[in-house]
Ligand binder design. Structure first.
Ligand code: ADP
Ligand code: ZN
Length: 208
C-alpha cells in the first residue's frame, strides 16, 4: 500500500507513520527527517535547505521532489511506503503522480491550539526520527528507541510555529481538495490520545 500522510505540522504524521511502518513493514519516508539528516551531515543539499527550514519556509519543490523520486526507487519501497511530509504543495503532488501510484491520502486534522501545545513541547531524535512530548518524558532526555540525546528543533520556537501554520494553510491545505477530487482522501480527527488516534488511522486504512 502506498500511503500519503497529510496534515498540519504537529498533527502526528511522524508518530503515526512510524507505528504503521512497524506494523506493515513498509518504510516511512519523511522528507523533514531526510532534510534534517542532510543538515546534520552538512551535505550541499543540507546547507542549502537549512535557512528555509529554520524560518519555517518550504524547501524548493525541485529539491524535495528529487529526494523523494530517488528514495522511491530503492528496493525497500517496492512493497509499499508511507510518505510523511510530502507532498506539501500542489506542484509536488503533480510531480509525484508522474512517478508513483498512491492508494490513499490520509488527512490528519487538528485545531491550531493543540498544534501549538504539541510543537512547543516536542523533542526529537535526530538519529532515528523518534518524536516525544516533554510531558511524557518525565525529565529524561534520551531517545527511548536508540539512546541518542533528544533535541528541540529550531523551527519549534513560537514565532516559527506561527509561520509554519501560515505556510501550511497557504501551500499545503489545498492538497486536501486535490486528493479529495481524485477520490483518495480520508480524514482522521486526531483529538484523542496517541493510541486512540492510531486506532482511528488503522480504521481509516481498513486494517484489522
Ligand atoms: P512538521 O510536519 O512537523 O512541520 P517536517 O519534519 O515534516 O515537520 O518538516 C520540517 C521542515 O522541513 C518544513 O517546515 C520544511 O521547511 C521542510 N520540508 C519537509 N518536507 C518538505 C516538503 N515536502 N517540501 C518542502 N519543504 C519541506
Ligand atoms: Zn532515536
Amino acid at each position: 500500500m502506498n500511503i500519503i500522510f497529510l496534515g498540519p505540522p504537529g498533527a502526528g504524521k511522524g508518530t503515526h507513520a512510524q507505528r504503521l511502518m512497524n506494523e506493515l513493514e513498509i518504510p516511512q519516508i519523511s522528507t523533514g527527517d531526510m532534510l534534517r539528516q542532510a543538515i546534520k551531515a552538512e551535505t550541499p543539499m543540507g546547507l542549502s535547505a537549512k535557512a528555509y527550514i529554520e524560518k519555517g519556509e518550504l524547501v524548493p519543490d525541485e529539491v524535495v521532489i528529487g529526494i523523494v523520486k530517488d528514495r522511491l526507487q530503492q528496493d525497500d519501497c517496492q512493497r509499499g511506503y508511507i510518505l510523511d511530509g510530502f507532498p506539501r504543495t500542489v506542484a509536488q503532488a503533480e510531480a509525484l503522480s508522474t512517478f508513483a501510484k498512491i492508494d490513499v491520502a490520509l488527512n490528519l486534522s487538528l485545531p491550531d491550539e493543540m498544534i501549538i501545545a504539541r510543537l512547543s513541547g516536542r523533542r526529537v531524535c535526530l538519529k532515528c526520527g523518534g518524536t516525544y512530548h516533554i510531558s511524557a518524558l518525565g525529565g529524561r532526555e534520551d531517545c527511548q528507541a536508540c539512546g541518542e540525546t533528544l533535541v528541540q528543533r529550531k523551527d519549534d520556537s513560537p514565532e516559527t510555529i506561527q509561520n509554519r501554520l501560515s505556510v501550511y494553510a497557504a501551500q499545503t491545505a489545498p492538497l486536501i481538495d486535490f486528493y479529495e477530487k481524485k477520490g483518495l482522501l480520508k480524514t482522521v480527527e486526531c483529538l484523542g490520545s496517541v493510541d486512540e488516534n492510531q486506532e482511528a488511522v488503522r480504521k481509516a486504512l481498513n486494517l484489522k
